[in-house]
Design a protein around this ligand. Structure first.
Ligand SMILES: Cc1cc2nc3c(=O)[nH]c(=O)nc-3n(C[C@H](O)[C@H](O)[C@H](O)COP(=O)(O)OP(=O)(O)OC[C@H]3O[C@@H](n4cnc5c(N)ncnc54)[C@H](O)[C@@H]3O)c2cc1C
Length: 401
């Protein structure tokens, strides 16, 4: 137990979910230690812009807030009962006691799009990694992007929007359209924009032979290499760099061998405030959490909100169980809200069934970035505004489109 009746929580992960959960728990009077394996916070939605414009990393990559413990959580301690976590084991062999634990360890994505989670580097080191990745890309003659989801489309748009037809940009997807998890109109708008910029978009095909191209582009020399790839349908592609954009992998690190499913996602009880299966006092939020919904910064925030409310409530009235997403969205599915950048001045936005393209969504994306980055920097009042924007969106999404 913490000082007097104060609860002592540990939140593992300094991304969107972890930071939101720790803020809400602290404002509920709990003593919370935020642990993060990376010494920086990164606005991941801006990571692709950083690859083509590394100066953007000065705002997208920030130091973690003071008081964050820089360490990697490698396991949970359980004393007596296997279902009750009593502390968190750290990579230096020490451990921290806790009354409850929130796992918000996010997901991994190939370097350099996302820095490896267990490299405990500073903002300066991450910005230097981005500079190197940019230098590799600047002198690359041809780029192959594997995957036509949100990350693949945004990356193709950043490269084509920056260098136009000076680089050969190819995007290949096994699906019959781009942005396959969004309404078809979103894919059509993205396809039209990319093709206008000279991107060769290949649908209904996949890379069969990588020709030795590494799946982690972080370690390439400037200009990359010269690889010859072959697709299932026999197309031959030439690439100086190949970026695999086929989705992230959930990270459940501290749960060791318990509580996670086949893809590494943490199994949670959606009828008990996202409590991790097999535990009484461990919760999960964000990309690592095995909820059946689109994984993005918005749903990471919603996950963290229900987790914090569940913990605060159960430490007051023992039997309360919050269902997710109903308790935070007043409906059984989370709203479908996303904005996909098409370089700087255009984007595609989805708000439930409504799809818009053009400069207005690009402005929305710019505004979101401003609010999120300033909220992370602790600019007075911005976190309040951001919370209000999310609450209004959740409310509107119940009734619109
Ligand atoms: C290229 C790209 C573009 C994206 N664009 C968008 C977008 O436009 N809009 C949007 O809403 N979403 C976007 N997303 C998704 C969004 O970034 C994620 O959904 C969001 O970051 C999830 O937040 P999180 O807190 O769960 O995890 P993360 O942001 O991954 O944070 C996890 C944290 O946990 C730490 N950690 C991991 N393991 C440990 C451990 N064992 N011990 C201690 N700390 C640990 C990490 O260092 C990190 O600080 C994008 C993702 C990518 C990769």
């Amino acid at each position: 137990m913490g000082r007097g009746s104060e609860k002592r929580g540990i939140v593992i992960g300094g991304g969107f979910a972890g930071r939101r959960a720790s803020r809400l728990l602290r404002s509920g009077g709990h003593h919370v230690t935020l642990i993060s394996s990376s010494g920086f916070w990164e606005y991941t939605p801006g990571a692709l812009r950083c690859l083509v414009e590394p100066a953007a990393a000065r705002r997208m990559v920030q130091a973690q807030p003071r008081g964050t413990l820089r360490a990697t959580a490698v396991g949970l301690e359980t004393a007596g009962s296997e279902t009750l976590a009593t502390g968190v084991k750290l990579n230096d062999g020490s451990s921290l006691p806790a009354d409850y634990v929130v796992v918000a360890t996010g997901s991994s994505y190939p370097d350099p799009i996302k820095a490896s989670h267990d490299v405990a580097s500073s903002p300066e080191e991450r910005r230097a990694q981005i500079e190197i990745a940019h230098a590799t890309l600047v002198s690359a003659a041809s780029v192959v992007i594997v995957g036509g989801g949100t990350v693949g489309v945004e990356l193709a748009a950043e490269v084509a929007g920056t260098w136009g037809r000076h680089k050969v940009v190819t995007l290949i997807t096994p699906h019959d359209r781009l942005l396959e998890r969004m309404p078809p109109r979103a894919g059509k708008l993205a396809l039209r924009w990319l093709e206008k910029k000279g991107v060769w978009v290949i649908l209904n095909d996949r890379v069969a032979e990588w020709g030795g191209a590494p799946k982690d582009a972080a370690k390439l020399r400037p200009g990359g290499g010269d690889w010859k790839l072959r697709t299932e349908q026999g197309r031959k592609l030439r690439a100086s760099i190949v970026y695999p954009c086929i989705g992230g992998r959930p990270l459940a690190g501290p749960l060791e061998t318990r509580g996670f499913g086949p893809r590494g996602e943490v199994r949670v009880d959606t009828n008990a405030g996202l409590r991790v299966e097999g535990f009484d006092n461990v919760y999960a939020a964000g990309d690592c959490c095995g909820t059946n919904e689109e994984k993005n910064a918005f749903t990471a925030d919603l996950n963290a909100t229900v987790v914090a409310r569940q913990i605060l409530a159960s430490h007051k009235r023992k039997r309360v169980k919050l269902s997710y997403p109903r308790s935070v969205c007043a409906r059984n599915t989370t709203p479908s809200i996303s904005v996909i950048s098409l370089h700087k001045w255009s984007a595609v936005m989805q708000f439930n069934g409504l799809v818009l393209g053009g400069p207005l969504p690009a402005f929305v994306k710019w505004l979101i970035e401003k609010l999120q980055v300033h909220s992370a920097l602790g600019t007075p009042g911005v976190t309040f505004i951001w919370d209000a924007v999310e609450t209004i969106n959740v409310f509107l999404a119940r009734f619109l489109f």
